[in-house]
Design a protein around this ligand. Structure first.
Ligand code: MBD
Ligand code: FE
Length: 265
């Protein structure tokens, strides 16, 4: 049996050494890079940096043979303890929450046979209209985070606001790197979802509006065409009991049956 850690670490080191040789990296540059890595740790930006630049490749590799809906990266701002919402599934918002009202509806089904999955849970989190996440900014705890449960037909609905265009935090070392490279720190506006159901693999995903900027150059490389939604403007929706102007998007999630896992002994 080979040593997987040694296999991987040795090629990483070999690649880094090769970059130094090929680009004639100087002693000054080495010391600058070392201090930058120290700064990433001290500012607690490792989750941000890794999820922005590495997670998309991990995600694609991990799920390349998934049959159900495509997913994308989790990112650094998920918090597991959001409340389970009740009908009519209003996402927790401040009284003066800015942003266009958005209603998201759809179904959760099994990829094995298309059967609807009642009792599936959609754990949803998003930034506010100004691109800030609760728990990671000064907007109050619990805002724009909540869990929705599917009904007997596998259907769900969520009433929220359209998130604003989003820049990743860029005052710290991750932002300094992005600026030094001449890149921008923006992501398209997005809503995160973690969808789970009994007997099925969970799906980590994000939805992007077709009107959002940066769909083609997301700094986190996490957009996939299947994840772009097309919200429509409605002045009311008698079926849902909504009598005000809002955007509506419908999206179905298909989950793979749970894989066999090696027994832990
Ligand atoms: C985010 O909100 C995000 O979704 C990702 C992937 C990276 C940084 C901030
Ligand atoms: Fe995000």
């Amino acid at each position: 049996m080979g040593n997987r850690t040694e296999d991987i670490v040795s090629v990483i080191l070999k690649s880094v050494r090769q970059v130094i040789v090929d680009h004639d990296v100087t002693y000054d540059e080495y010391q600058t890079a070392k201090q930058w890595l120290i700064d990433v740790g001290e500012s607690e930006e490792w989750p941000l940096l890794l999820d922005v630049f590495i997670e998309s490749t991990i995600e694609e590799q991990a799920f390349k043979s998934r049959m159900g809906s495509v997913g994308t990266i989790l990112g650094p701002f998920y918090l597991p303890d959001a409340p389970v919402l009740e009908a009519p599934y209003e996402m927790p918002r401040r009284p003066d929450e800015k942003g266009d009202p958005l209603v998201l509806t759809g179904r959760v089904v099994s990829s094995a046979d298309g059967r609807p999955l009642p009792g599936a849970v959609l754990d949803v989190w998003q930034a506010d209209a100004e691109g800030r996440y609760s728990g990671f900014s000064d907007i109050p705890e619990g805002i724009l985070r909540g869990k929705v449960v599917t009904d007997g037909d596998g259907r769900f609905q969520l009433r929220t606001i359209a998130p604003g265009p989003y820049t990743i935090p860029h005052e710290g070392p991750t932002g300094r790197l992005i600026a030094a490279c001449g890149w921008h720190p923006w992501r398209p506006a997005h809503i995160h979802l973690l969808v789970g159901a009994e007997g099925h693999e969970s799906l980590t995903t994000q939805l992007y509006s077709d009107t959002s900027a940066y769909l083609d150059d997301d700094i986190a490389s996490a957009v996939k065409k299947e994840l772009i939604i097309h919200p429509e403007r409605h002045e009311s929706d008698p079926q849902l009991g909504i009598d005000t102007s809002h955007l509506h998007a419908d999206y179905d999630f298909s989950l793979d049956p749970a894989r066999e896992r090696a027994a832990v002994t």
